[in-house]
Design a protein around this ligand. Structure first.
Ligand code: ADP
Ligand code: 5SP
Length: 500
């Protein structure tokens, strides 16, 4: 369908771990008219993962201007903008709004001791009842505790605490705002009450005045482009900006998930993180998953692994193989927990390879890395389904299609490994940039007051190709599960980790 000349467009931004992507989207049809991309640098070793928020800001500008150029639209056609960002990362700002240090990211495991201490201090049930999640190293509250204990002078100097997407929204508008979805990943927001939790903030020594206001939804118009931001992006001053949200919440919006029919099509996202999520009206709580909020305050239970596409690509690099040059692992098992692991909660884990024989080929070792990563994501899916009251092994549940999204969903080996280990059909949505598209739907909500989920459903971004199930490789599943069961016992303390 052709786009009318000078038709209104919206811009959705996905500021994720490895890059920023910006999509210029036709408001009426949801067609992506132009896409821009700019990479991020992630630094750190031995559990540290940090990025420079200034680089996110520059990447946003580059991605937006590239997308506008590719779309060949006039800047006055743009009606609103929204940012979706990687969840949880801690951005500590000084009194002038400048980062005091690089942001500590969601896959930084240095706060594992603080996470364990917080969980023990009040008990899992206490945390689940309030925030929907038991603290693990990714959750912002544990990172804040790490900062307090390890860099107390910076914690004391912190005048504002932001999540990555809040930081960018504030650079755009000058307004300190977040949304229920991203707030629910902080560990200090109560998904039960829909507000910051005063008792947790007290426990963390964190003044609520340092936090952004939580807008009612991610589509809420929180401000407009400042003259400076407008000049940097080549967009009109005064352009409406929505509250935005976390990247997984935005992907759910892009897929038009709105609390009903959730378990029919659980979502598996294959990116730096592997995530599984579903939109629910009920608020499931279980220690193995995160009970996050969706961007409209309904619920988005989610499981997240630390090692997905990036870890498998690293194994391919080590073997000097193309990422598609892989074969089923046969007897080889590779748990690619290069960054430690979050689900299961094994922050001190490392990569593990076992089951090698003389006949094992490099391609099988790479295939084993895919299997180890896919198993870990699908294991989280089973936990998610169980937390939502569904038996993951019941024939009517186990036969439902998975929606596969994220960069990995573009890879043949990823898709086939997920099909083989799950035994389920998979749907590959035609739209590949679902986070940016979800952010664009939030922007549409800010521009027109329409419901972003309804907008996304109208765009039909969830529609795609359905691939039939492959016979479930239960032998591979059992083999990997057995190795994980044994290895987990050796990874419970840093001294046993042997992390390099
Ligand atoms: N054609 C492809 N085949 C397999 N993997 C791919 C392909 N294209 C991108 N990827 C993977 O997608 C990842 C990036 O996915 P993305 O969802 O954008 O990640 P993130 O949101 O974490 O930045 C990369 O790590 C890369 O391994
Ligand atoms: O921590 C989580 C979810 O809780 C991650 O999913 C981050 O939101 C980063 O995602 P990607 O960079 O992999 O998109």
């Amino acid at each position: 369908m052709a786009t009318a000349p000078h038709a209104p467009v919206v811009i959705g931004v996905d500021s994720s771990t490895q890059s920023t992507k910006a999509a210029v989207v036709d408001l009426e049809s949801g067609r992506i008219l132009g896409l821009g991309r700019a990479p991020h640098t992630v630094t750190g070793s031995d559990g540290a993962r940090e990025s420079d928020p200034e680089q996110w800001w520059r990447a946003l500008g580059d991605a937006v201007t590239t997308a506008l150029g590719a779309a060949a639209v006039r800047s006055d056609q743009v009606t609103a903008l929204a940012v979706a960002g990687q969840q949880h990362g801690l951005v500590a700002l000084d009194a002038h709004g400048r980062p005091l240090r690089p942001a500590v990211l969601w896959n930084d495991t240095r706060s594992a001791p603080q996470a364990a201490h917080l969980a023990d201090t009040r008990g899992q049930d206490w945390w689940l009842a309030r925030t929907g999640s038991v603290p693990v190293a990714s959750i912002t509250a544990t990172t804040w505790q790490w900062l307090r204990e390890n860099e107390p002078h910076l914690a004391a100097a912190t005048a504002a605490v932001r999540l990555p997407h809040d930081y960018l929204t504030e650079r755009l508008t000058g307004v300190a705002a977040t949304d229920p979805g991203d707030a629910s990943g902080t560990g200090w927001y109560s998904t039960a009450d829909g507000a910051y939790d005063a008792e947790i903030l007290q426990l963390l020594g964190l003044d609520e005045k340092l936090l952004p206001e939580v807008a009612p939804t991610g589509a809420t118009r929180v401000g407009t482009l400042t003259p400076r931001a407008a000049a940097a992006l080549g967009l009109p001053e005064g352009l409406p900006v929505a509250a935005g949200t976390g990247d997984n919440m935005a992907a759910a919006v892009g897929l038009g998930l709105g609390g009903e029919g959730l378990l029919d099509h659980p979502v598996v996202s294959l990116g730096t993180s592997g995530t599984v999520f579903a939109a629910t009206r009920a608020r499931p709580v279980s220690p193995g998953i995160n009970g996050f909020a969706a961007t409209d305050g309904t619920h988005l239970p989610l499981g997240c692994t630390l090692n997905c596409t990036l870890a498998v690509d690293r194994v391919a690099d080590l073997l000097r193989l193309d990422r598609e040059d892989a074969a089923p692992g046969e007897g080889a098992v590779l748990l690619p927990y290069l960054d430690g692991e979050r689900t299961p909660d094994l922050p001190h884990a490392s990569g593990l390879l076992t089951g090698l024989r003389h006949a094992t080929t490099p391609q099988q070792i790479l295939g084993a890395a895919y299997e180890g990563a896919a198993f870990t994501v699908l294991r989280a899916l089973n936990e998610l389904l169980a937390a939502c009251g569904a038996d993951p092994h019941a024939p009517d549940v186990a036969s439902r299609p998975l929606r596969l999204i994220g960069g990995g969903a573009q890879g043949r080996t990823w898709v086939n490994t997920v099909r083989r280990l799950s035994g389920r059909p998979v749907v590959l949505p035609a739209a590949t940039e679902l986070v940016a598209l979800g952010a664009a739907a939030l922007a549409a909500g800010a521009a027109t007051a329409a419901d972003p989920i309804a907008v996304a459903v109208g765009w039909g971004a969830d529609k795609g190709t359905e691939l039939p199930p492959l016979t479930r490789d239960s032998a591979a599943w059992d083999r990997i599960e057995g190795v994980l069961g044994q290895a987990a016992r050796t990874w419970t303390a840093p001294s046993a980790a042997g992390r390099q």
